[in-house]
Design a protein around this ligand. Sequence first.
Ligand code: UTP
Length: 462
Amino acid sequence: MTDHDLVARLRRQRQGAIADHYLALDLEGQAALGADLATVDLKLLEQLVELSQIQATPPPSVIRAPSVVVKGGAKAADAYAQRLGEGMVSRGTVAAIMVAGGQGSRLGHNGPKGTFPATPVKAKPLFMVFAEKLLAANERYGVKIPWCIMTSEENHADTVAFFETHEYLGLPVDSVHFFTQGMLPAIKPNGDLVLKTPTALFRSPDGHGGTLLALRKCGLLAKLQAAGIEHLSYFQVDNPLVEVIDPVFLGHHALAQSEFSSKSVSKAGPDEKVGVFAVADGRLTVIEYSDLPEDLRNARDPRGALVYSAGSIAIHAISLEFVARITETGLDLPYHLARKKLAVVRNDGTEGTVDGIKFETFVFDALVHAEHPMVMEVARAEEFAPIKNATGQDSAASSKLLQSRLFASWIEATGQSVLRQPNGDPIVPIEIAATFADSAETLRRRKIARLNYSNPVYLGGK
Ligand code: UTP
């Protein structure tokens, strides 16, 4: 039956084009599209359309550089934080949370990004890299760290199937928790809703900011609270060098009584396209590269260092109580726009593209709501080797080289030399499984035999 109320509501929200399209469908088509349209939050849609009509982002208000704790900067403080962090993990108060709902369009990999072969010798999928880090942490701390994995509607089934096929990568099945992020409708530049097919709307994942609300909606927040979890160790699916559980970071997070802590790396130069931490109107925030005015981007302190140099690498420690508080009555995060060509199916069944606008929220925008937020600078070479692009910068090739370089430095720290090319890179790819050693220190304790560099070097059993 035609839903005339729906048609009237759509017209009131200036969605006349889709109302006309709906009325032109047969009853079966109307039932399908009507059910889809009924789930759209029309008030939010109005807000998104308004946002899309605003041409320029207002410049940031009065800002200053944040204070940053440097990991490795004060040995005694780090040792204290490490003991504290180790205690937090051993008492079972820390869960890992990974965002893996993105579309990975730049990488162009067929399947969830976590299934992408990422390591330099064994080409292990990203999911396996993180699972091995968790296995190592579980063993070290004598706990079963929960691993919460955020998927999207588009990759949820494939992600779960991967874990099932690979027997949860050796992790206890009941320690892995999948949950799915929300979706937001896309619009055309004139504000009309976009149809993906004649009877379904075009929607896309609501960004990594969707994590916090999705955690509550799916019931996992309550489950984690009931299990005594107090802190989330948050990371993205695309960085194989992330320290999934970093007691030094967790310890500093607790010492600062921070509700939302972040890792940063020192920007390679003023033009590196990463968001930077800054304090705006007294609140810590991340300012995107394109929103930082050129004079501030290039500003230097009296010693010649960049003032806004703390680049965000999307690694956080987040207090669970904070997540509970800010999601209690919905979550107020700003929406960011991405203007893209959207793949659609037209009325006649042919495929095509339309100019569209997608909306996303970013998890770091929750920072402004957090008390005592802390930023810790870490060494890029030790913790950051993202895989974003098919080639060039931040690609699988660049990440594998960074992984090999780090593992080479761990081998050298044991007292062995590594055969290197004239440019300093190891002569063969090197890989160390986290289950074998997850730091230079654990490798040193392993007392490995002398290595031979006639083939790629892999330490980690099979
Ligand atoms: P990116 O910004 O790199 O996006 O996500 P992406 O979708 O993976 O890749 P492109 O831009 O299409 O090439 C950073 C991290 O946030 C997660 C991603 O899975 C990745 O771990 N993410 C992003 C989500 O979980 N959901 C989203 O809606 C967006």
